[in-house]
Design a protein around this ligand. Structure first.
Ligand code: GLN
Length: 463
């Protein structure tokens, strides 16, 4: 029997290479598992071949396969081309298991903003899997896929990985193509791997990263090395005091992160307190100007003409208004209004202009730290997975889920989540942030720590 809860992508490849399972058997093992998490919005049949199966966040365009971005406005949209990351996956033989649930247009931290109902957490079905990439997270944790692609604008790979207890990388901005990916906030959006362990994460990153002629913001990346490191000798870890052990971070989360830092020291790393005062204070506010501003521009393309839904009206203007009213949920509407306001003449300098300046301050604050440290460590999420419904009526409480993931996203830096323990029986995530293009270094240290921590990624209720 194929244990889809434990099998890694690397393990799956080995089984295929040794011909211990056929491609069809492997695909069927995942496709045949019941989706009790609403993880998938669409499941695919086996396209044939013997590559590793993969789940894809429904924000990523897939030729001939519905791509909804979790929105009613794209309910019947079927792309006529593949996103570059999908083309890369196919070039490596990967086979798409299906499209995973997401907050509408990747706006959210719980998948409760999905127009197709929330996904739930494989550790506790009454709790959220995080968001926006909760579907990919639940699919990987729940044994419905060996790995998955997510996308991260302000935390949508890292935070769900933390809440579901697996590994997720938000890559350095510009290392993974956004071509064919539904745009939310273009200066922040990055596609990245969701995996059961760090080696799989590195392997998938090697498949999707690199320069793409169709996305002029991409660059060539250093060759990806699959990590084997077992110690952290010489590694300098910075622990920003504003991101560790402060009010708002659950004590159980702080305790698990402290234990991981002690382990890191015992593996040879030095651990020193540092500070990111403005990044943490202003990060979320700055993000909620920049991201909605870009979203308001990006979402103007959904007009009833170019894509998906159309609700007829007596004239063109009325048709657009009715289409957008019916097609967008509350959160995209809220962000379109905030973003349009922030960009409106007379307010542009005060809001968008100021936010851009603050963003530069955040980037510089991080740059300075990386002169003294190789990596910055904090919890990924201030809390463990919360009950479905707990924060849905309070947008600001929901936004604060990302207070620890947003600053490094604003700075364009790579961030990796690994599970570091349990609090109240639920996974706690450790966030490792590196300088630009330091993915290989992050993989090495995360791999060494992962071995030492020995976290069991299979949810307790499924063991
Ligand atoms: N939760 C954040 C938001 O709502 C980040 C989402 C994301 O990274 N796509 O915008």
């Amino acid at each position: 029997m194929i244990d889809t809860l434990r099998l890694t992508a690397e393990g799956a490849k080995e089984l295929l290479d040794k011909k211990e399972v056929s491609g069809a058997e492997l695909f069927a093992a995942y496709a045949g598992r019941e989706d009790e998490y609403n993880a998938f919005l669409h499941r695919c049949g086996d396209p044939g071949g013997d590559g590793i199966p993969i789940a894809i966040k429904d924000i990523i365009g897939t030729k001939g396969i519905p791509t909804t971005a979790g929105s009613k406005i794209l309910e019947n949209y079927v792309p006529v081309y593949d996103a570059t990351v999908i083309a890369n996956c196919k070039a490596h033989g990967l086979r798409i298991l299906g499209k995973t649930n997401t907050d509408e247009f990747a706006m959210g931290s719980s998948t409760e903003n999905s127009a197709y109902g929330p996904a739930c957490n494989p550790w506790d079905l009454s709790r959220v899997p995080g968001g926006s990439g909760g579907g990919s997270a639940a699919a990987v944790s729940g044994g419905l896929a060996p790995w998955a692609l997510g996308s991260d604008t302000g935390g949508s790979i890292k935070q769900p990985a933390a809440l579901c207890g697996h590994v997720g990388l938000r890559p350095t901005y510009g290392t993974v193509s956004r071509y064919g990916v539904v745009s939310f906030a273009s200066s922040l959006d990055q596609v990245g791997p969701v995996a059961k362990n760090v080696r799989d994460c590195a392997y998938l990153y090697s498949i999707i990263s690199g320069r793409d002629a169709n996305d002029s913001t991409t660059v060539d990346v250093p060759a990806v090395e699959l990590p084997t490191a077992e110690d952290l000798k010489g590694l300098r870890i910075g622990v920003p005091k504003e991101m560790n052990g402060v009010a708002g971070i659950e004590p159980g989360v702080t305790a698990a992160v402290s234990r991981a830092l002690e382990l890191a020291e015992s593996l040879g790393a030095s651990v020193e307190e540092c500070s990111l005062p403005r990044s943490v204070d202003y990060g979320v506010a700055c993000y909620y100007l920049v991201a909605p501003a870009e979203a308001s521009a990006n979402l103007s393309r959904y007009d009833g003409v170019r894509y998906g839904l159309r609700v007829d009206g007596d004239d063109f203007r009325e048709m657009i208004m009715r289409t957008r009213d019916a097609g967008f949920g509350d959160e995209p509407k809220r962000r379109i209004m905030i973003g349009t306001y922030a960009l409106s003449s007379g307010y542009y300098d005060a809001y968008y202009g100021t936010a851009q300046k603050v963003r530069t301050v955040i980037r510089r604050e991080h740059e300075e730290l990386f002169q003294r440290f190789d990596v910055i460590v904090s919890p990924t999420s201030p809390t463990v997975a919360f009950p479905i419904g707990a924060k849905i009526d309070d947008p600001v409480a929901m936004y604060m889920n990302d207070v620890l993931t947003i600053p490094s996203c604003m700075a364009g830096l790579p961030g990796l989540n690994i599970p570091c323990g349990l609090s109240e029986g639920l996974p706690v995530g450790l966030q490792l942030i590196g300088p630009q293009f330091a993915e290989n270094a992050l993989f090495r240290m995360a791999h060494a720590l992962e071995q030492a921590i020995g976290f069991d990624v299979v949810p307790e209720r499924l063991r």
